[in-house]
Ligand binder design. Structure first.
Ligand SMILES: [Zn+2]
Ligand SMILES: [Zn+2]
Length: 232
């Protein structure tokens, strides 16, 4: 049985020519019987079109989590809610009031995140972490270890991985998402933290993607729209 699956529905790159790449990030996570949309990309039309081509029905999504209030992660939500507002949206407390109100006006339930906590059984938020903007990341407990998914990692990818390790009290199996232009030393930090697999994308930068690919070899996972990762 699949414990966890991740499908990339919005990213700067695509792995399939019929899917549209665009600056931003979103993925659909299936975990413990729930379907979760993490971030929503910069453009709702592209988000929904990619989801359709990947056979993901927006109505199957029950939970949305937004990493931070930047346009390239939060702007796709409005179009999504027009199709399915029967969702709970977990968003950092620091989001603009106008954004929170538009979520509530759609009929969705908005839940504000501040501290690290368990949102669903086995699914955790790091809580709002400080960077140039407040940001949360999600951490999923699996039999292989913790899977951490980041938006832009403005608070720092190393700090986020450490927070995910702490809240799940487990080793890190996979870190995936935007790593925000890390320096090459990030690889040794990842090794020290015991991160088994690395999947940098979105705002990680081509240089970081190259040095992770080189250092991690078979444990590097190339990401683009259409990529699916399954565990279990
Ligand atoms: Zn950002
Ligand atoms: Zn971003």
């Amino acid at each position: 049985m699949t414990e966890l699956s991740i499908v990339i529905v919005f990213d700067n790159k695509t792995l399939k020519s019929d899917l549209v790449p665009s600056w931003g990030f979103a993925c659909v996570v299936r975990f413990a019987g729930k379907t979760i949309l993490f971030d929503t990309g910069a453009d709702g039309a592209i988000l929904l079109d990619n989801m359709k081509k990947l056979n993901i029905n927006p109505e199957d999504i029950e939970v949305v989590a937004l990493s931070h209030a930047h346009w390239d992660h939060a702007n796709g939500l409005g179009s999504f809610l027009e199709l399915n507002s029967n969702v709970t949206v977990y968003l950092p407390q620091s989001f603009p009031q106008s954004y929170k109100e538009s979520v509530m006006h759609s009929g969705a339930v908005a839940k504000e995140i501040h501290r690290a906590e368990e949102l669903l059984s086995g699914m955790f938020t790091t809580g709002e972490m400080s960077g140039i903007i407040e940001e949360q990341a999600l951490a999923f407990k699996t039999s292989r270890g913790t899977v951490v998914i980041t938006g832009c990692a403005h608070p720092g990818i190393v700090e986020i991985v450490q927070a995910a390790k702490k809240i799940t009290a487990d080793s890190i199996y996979l870190a995936l998402g935007g790593f925000h232009f890390p320096k090459p030393e990030v690889v040794s930090s990842f090794r020290k933290m015991g991160v088994q697999k690395a999947a940098p994308c979105h705002c990680s930068g081509d240089e970081a993607i190259d040095f992770f690919r080189e250092a991690y070899g078979d444990d590097y996972i190339g990401i683009g729209v259409g990529k699916e990762i399954t565990i279990g």
